[in-house]
Design a protein. Structure first.
Length: 266
């Protein structure tokens, strides 16, 4: 039986800034609906990998593919349209727009009416606008933000802003979702809710997920595989159990407590 094409395949991906290699020989394959963690110390190159995969940075070496289609060299908006969406380490919402307007903005490409229907508010205009709004409301229900549609994004509590960013990414109909520290700043209750939302999205939408996160309890519970970066280089890849016992990972990122047990730090 022929193997399925990975949703994401990165081959020897790397970038150099001056004399510094920020990411070197990065290789990864992620299958459909697979949830993979990307961890490592601060400055290890994790967000740089995200910037390469989303076209923010152009790789100086290597290539990457979405469902077999080569993506490196494409602009960010082209990569988003192809099916890669992300959230950011520092939340980037349209803060003076309402919650539902943030979602609708991500779906503008789905609108087919031209200038005339928009200016004269024809039935075609209202029909498409109603369809977009209903879908936006459904995405807000998925991230538990129903009833918040008309609030300004900037007025939401921090954890809800994080969930809104995920809903906005969902609105792009992506095949691969990149989550950059989605649990940062969340309390345990919010983190637990986030875990449930990510699992639901992965299962319901058949979306593949690549996750950067310092909350190792979350990473170990949710990820099927984990890849570890240190100084831009992959030092380990495997199941959560294998990563927790890997001596190189323990030395570079995971510590041990006074009883000799593996201890995670942020």
């Amino acid at each position: 039986m022929e193997a399925k094409t990975p949703v994401l395949r990165a081959k020897s991906l790397g970038i150099q800034f001056g004399g510094l290699k920020a990411v070197d020989d990065f290789n990864i394959e992620i299958g459909e609906s697979e949830l993979v963690g990307l961890i490592g110390p601060n400055g290890a190159g994790k967000t740089t990998v995200f910037n390469l995969i989303t076209g923010v940075y152009k790789p100086t070496e290597g290539s990457f593919y979405l469902n077999g289609e080569r993506m490196d060299g494409k602009k960010t908006h082209q990569i988003v349209r192809a099916g890669i969406a992300r959230t950011f380490q520092n939340i980037r919402l349209f803060k003076r727009m309402t919650v539902i307007e943030n979602i609708e903005a991500a779906m503008n490409d789905e609108l087919t009416y031209g200038a005339f229907p928009m200016i004269f508010r024809t039935p075609k205009f209202w029909k498409e606008e109603a369809k977009i709004r209903e879908r936006a409301k459904e995405l807000l229900r998925i991230v538990h933000l129903e009833g918040k549609e008309e609030e300004l994004a900037q007025n939401l509590p921090y954890g809800q802003q994080r969930r809104l960013e995920i809903a906005r990414a969902l609105a792009t109909d992506m095949k691969l979702l990149l989550l950059d520290e989605p649990a940062a700043g969340m309390n345990p209750t919010e983190t637990e809710e986030l875990l449930e939302i990510i699992n639901y999205i992965r299962d319901a939408f058949k979306v593949s997920v690549l996750l950067i996160e310092h909350d190792m309890s979350l990473v170990m519970r949710i990820c099927e595989r984990i890849q570890v970066l240190d100084f831009g280089v992959t030092i380990a890849s495997g199941t959560p159990e294998e990563i927790a016992k890997n001596p190189r990972v323990i030395e570079a990122y995971l510590g041990k407590d006074e009883d000799g047990e593996v201890e995670v730090y942020a």
